[in-house]
Design a protein. Sequence first.
Length: 153
Amino acid sequence: MDRDDVRRTLQYFLEDRMKELTMPAPRRMFVTIGANDLVETCRLIREKLMINHLSTITGLDTGERLEALYHFATADLVLTVKVPLDRDHPILPTILDIFPAAVFYEREIHDLLGIHFEGHPDLRVLVLPEDWPEGIYPLRKDWKYNREEGVIK
């Protein structure tokens, strides 16, 4: 399936739920959706587009909002699904039932940005120290690191 087929399929099945679709380079496509459409979009990617490889999930703090970016890859295309979130209530459904490879990506984003993945069976700390303070997310732009006195800068 070439990128035009992917574009047409996304437009057909997502219709007015797709907020934006851009193709900034020959092998790159970005689609922006709402959080409520994430599971259906991932199922569409797997079942209709036959894209089975979730490369990674990244999180981003734009300063105004948080975003989760789901990167799917084929030999010919990297499709990124962008999901903007309210920074005060960043909640997404887990996609583990569709892409089991998301298990550690969701845990990492939960640790570092505080995005909660509803339905994830194990959101315990993955990359931060176990005694890290709850509710403090080091990849958020409003987080400030305060070195202890006596530590070399």
